[in-house]
Ligand binder design. Structure first.
Ligand code: DGL
Length: 301
C-alpha cells in the first residue's frame, strides 16, 4: 500500500463534494490481469486512491457461464460500493462482457469496462479495416467486441479467436520468470511457447489483420510473445491505456477528480487464501513496492 505523501486538504474543512472527489476508484479482475489496467490508471491519475480486487480464487472466468460471472460482477461491485468508491472499473473483458450492463443498471456511480476503450483504439488505428480480437471463450462467445467495433465502423472486418491458453501462459510465465512482464528482450523466456502461440493465432494470421486487440487483461503480460507470433506488421492494442484515458475524462467532466496533491493510496485484495503470490505479482506488474495484499472473503466459490 502506498501512503499519501502530501495531503494538502484538511479533512475537517472538506465539503461533501470534495470528500466524494477524494473517494477511491474501485477496480477488479478475475485475477491479476487487471493489474495491467491499474498500472495505467496509477500512471495517469497518480493522486487518486484505488481499491483493487483480484478474484483469484474463482479465476479463470473465461470458461464459466456468463450468468455466473455476472453474479460475481454484482457481488464485487457491491463490495466496492460498500467501501465508498466513486467509480468502478471492470478491468476484465469477460466480466465486462458478462456484467457491465447489469452493473450499470443496478448501481448509481459510473462503471466502465475495458471492451469499449480497446475497440475504440482499434477502430481508430486500423488502416486495412481488418481487425483481430483474441480473448477468453466467454468474451468471444458474447460477441461484445464485434458489436463495439461495428458500433464505431460497420465496415471493419473483425476476426475473433478464443485463446484461453494465453491466460495459462501469462500466469505460468509470471511465476517462472524474473523478467517476463514488460521486458521485450526477455523473449527467450517466452520462446518455448512460440510454436503454440503461432498455432493459436493461425486464424488471425490467415485473416491478414493489421491490428490485434488484446481482449483479455492478462494478455499485455505476454505481449512480447504475442508480438513475436504475429510479426511487426500487426499493431497490438491493449485496452489498459485507453481505459485509463476514459476514466480520467469521465471524472474530469463530472468535476470528480481527487483534490489531493500527494500520491494516492493503493489497497490490494485477493480472494485467494494465499496473498503472497498476489503480492509478488502486483510488485512485478506495478513496478512499485507493495506493502500488503489483503485477503477478501466473498461468499460464493
Ligand atoms: N482477465 C480476464 C479477461 O480480461 C481473463 C482471465 C480469466 O479467464 O479469468 O477476460
Amino acid at each position: 500500500m502506498m501512503e499519501k505523501s502530501a495531503d494538502t486538504s484538511s479533512p475537517q474543512k472538506l465539503s461533501g463534494q470534495a470528500r466524494f472527489c477524494n473517494a477511491p476508484i474501485g477496480i477488479f479482475d478475475s485475477g491479476f490481469g487487471g493489474l495491467t489496467v491499474l498500472k495505467e490508471l496509477v500512471r495517469l491519475l497518480p493522486n487518486e486512491d484505488f481499491i483493487f480486487v483480484g478474484d483469484s480464487k474463482r479465476c479463470p472466468y473465461g470458461p464459466r457461464d456468463l450468468d455466473e460471472v455476472r453474479g460475481f460482477v454484482v457481488e464485487i461491485c457491491d463490495y466496492l460500493i460498500s467501501r465508498g468508491c466513486k467509480m468502478i472499473v471492470i478491468a476484465c473483458n469477460t466480466a465486462t462482457a458478462a456484467g457491465l450492463a447489469e452493473a450499470q443498471r443496478r448501481f448509481a456511480i459510473p462503471i466502465v469496462g475495458v471492451v469499449h476503450p480497446g475497440s475504440r483504439a482499434a477502430a481508430h488505428m486500423t488502416r486495412s479495416r481488418c481487425v483481430g480480437v483474441i480473448a477468453t471463450e466467454g468474451t468471444i462467445s458474447s460477441g461484445v467486441y464485434e458489436d463495439a467495433i461495428h458500433g464505431l465502423d460497420a465496415g471493419i472486418k473483425v476476426t475473433s479467436v478464443a485463446t484461453p491458453k494465453f491466460v495459462e501462459i501469462a500466469e505460468e510465465g509470471l511465476q517462472l520468470t524474473d523478467g517476463g512482464y514488460g521486458v521485450r528482450e526477455g523473449l527467450s523466456v517466452w520462446s518455448a511457447y512460440l510454436p503454440l502461440a503461432k498455432e493459436c493465432l493461425q486464424p488471425i494470421l490467415a485473416a491478414h489483420v493489421d491490428t490485434l486487440v488484446l481482449g483479455c487483461t492478462h494478455f499485455p503480460l505476454i505481449q512480447p510473445l504475442i508480438a513475436a507470433a504475429v510479426g511487426d506488421e500487426v499493431q497490438l492494442v491493449s485496452s489498459a491505456e485507453e481505459t485509463a484515458i476514459e476514466v480520467h475524462a469521465i471524472l474530469l467532466r463530472r468535476g470528480e477528480l481527487a483534490r489531493y496533491e500527494g500520491r494516492g493510496r493503493i489497497e490490494l485484495f485477493t480472494t485467494a487464501d494465499n496473498t503472497a503470490d498476489f503480492h509478488d505479482m502486483a510488485t512485478l506488474v506495478l513496478g512499485i513496492m507493495i506493502e500488503s495484499v489483503y485477503h477478501l472473503d466473498l461468499a460464493a466459490e
